[in-house]
Ligand binder design. Structure first.
Ligand code: MG
Length: 401
């Protein structure tokens, strides 16, 4: 059986407010357009693909379609055409049907390029029902009670929700029947809202309605993309991360070890004969962490936040300094993915305090402990750190938003 797929992506996306057409926005491993096509291609039942776009052989549409290597792989042996759409959706679909007439497919599936979240099961169901009924469409019963209103906004009819259906795409048709119907509609010069209406108007058969998918939403407003991306953020992230902004940060600090000072590491006091010199309490670990997170968020550094010339930070608790800076990072919309720290300390032995330090830092940042790690290295008695004159810290963090 010859099954043609038409994807309509000719609109200007005026409701999106952006410069990029919604079908070309990044999603998963490709774009909205490539993801819309994939569920069809994965069934291995599609004989040819026609993308209706702003111009013939549109390079932007081709780039968006092939953005996911999987679409290229799955279309290796089937023709894919990029043809110019019309001023309306109806005209765009007509152009595609007209283009396909030499191919003479048995059935044609017409899908919105801005519906990327359908499953292959829905495609299979559309094919099956179209073969059986000549016309079929997935739909959902509206959640909200529906009313018919007049032009002034007053209710004129109370509709029965159970008898209503919000139709989705793909809409499947016998090619011959929908093409004939479109030709007649064109001669009549009438504008229809979708292809099922055109089919119904020029055929005695009815369109079969079956269960659609809730997630098969049409991206209409820019917020839809954000919302949908947020909903599937983990999925997107695990697949190579589109849409989620990732920033790394690196912090470094070095303090002298002197007598009559406390040794404070990551907010935990460790008994030792020397402690960190410094204007504040000298907690070099927390200073490096503060610099890492501020840097990743492009907010500044510890020196610009808490100048050591300012008397108010004399002997300051570095936990408060980090908490203050971290609040700004959070307010800028960032979350901590992880924080990893290297502490270069000849002595004392750090390992007995490691868990307490991890807990302390996680508490300051209000994150689970498994997002924070720290390990100590001796400097093999080399250099200032190795001779116990100082300690050094490197902190690396990953932020996302
Ligand atoms: Mg410091």
């Amino acid at each position: 059986m010859n099954i043609a797929l038409i994807i309509v992506a000719a609109g200007s996306s005026t409701r999106m407010g952006g410069k990029i057409k919604k079908e070309y926005l990044s999603l998963n491993n490709g774009t909205v357009l490539s993801e819309a096509a994939l569920s069809f291609l994965k069934t291995k039942k599609i004989s040819n693909v026609t993308i209706v776009c702003p111009k013939d052989k549109d390079p932007d549409a081709q780039k968006a379609f092939y953005s996911n290597p999987e679409t290229r792989l799955l279309t290796q042996n089937i023709p894919v055409s990029f043809i110019k759409g019309g001023a309306s959706r109806q005209e765009s679909v007509f152009n595609a049907l007209n283009f396909l007439q030499t191919e003479k497919p048995d059935i044609v599936l017409i899908h919105d390029g801005a519906r990327p979240f359908l499953t292959s099961e829905l495609v299979e169901a559309t094919i099956k029902n179209t073969v059986k009924y000549n016309a079929s469409v997935p739909a959902l019963t509206p959640i909200d009670t529906q009313k018919e209103i007049d032009e002034n906004g007053f209710i004129v009819r109370h509709l029965t929700r159970k008898m209503l259906s919000a139709v989705q795409t793909p809409q499947g048709f016998s090619f011959e029947k929908i093409f004939t119907a479109h030709q007649k509609a064109r001669i009549d010069g009438k504008e229809y809202t979708d292809d099922t209406e055109i089919f119904d108007n020029y055929n005695t058969e009815k369109t079969f309605v079956f269960d659609g998918e809730e997630k098969n939403k049409k991206i209409t407003y820019k917020d839809d993309v954000n919302l949908l991306n947020e909903n599937s953020l983990c999925e997107i992230n695990s697949k190579s991360g589109v849409s989620k902004m990732i920033r790394t940060g690196l912090g470094y600090d070095k303090h002298r070890l002197v007598e009559n000072r406390r040794l404070i590491i990551g907010g935990v006091e460790i008994p030792f004969e020397k402690g960190e010199d410094g204007h504040s309490d000298g907690d070099a670990v927390l200073h490096a962490v503060t610099d890492a997170v501020l840097g990743a968020a492009h907010l500044g550094d510890i020196g610009s936040y808490f100048p050591d010339t300012d008397p108010q930070y004399k002997n300051a608790d570095s936990k408060n300094l980090l908490a203050f800076a971290w609040k700004d990072v959070k307010n800028a919309g960032f979350n901590l993915e992880n924080l990893d720290i290297v502490l270069i300390l000849q002595s004392p032995k750090f390992l007995p305090y490691r868990n307490a330090v991890i807990k302390s830092i996680a508490e300051i940042l209000e994150v689970p402990e498994d997002k924070v790690f720290i390990k100590a290295k001796t400097a093999e008695h080399l250099g200032d750190a190795g001779n116990g004159l100082c300690l050094e810290v490197y902190a690396s963090c990953l932020l996302s938003k």
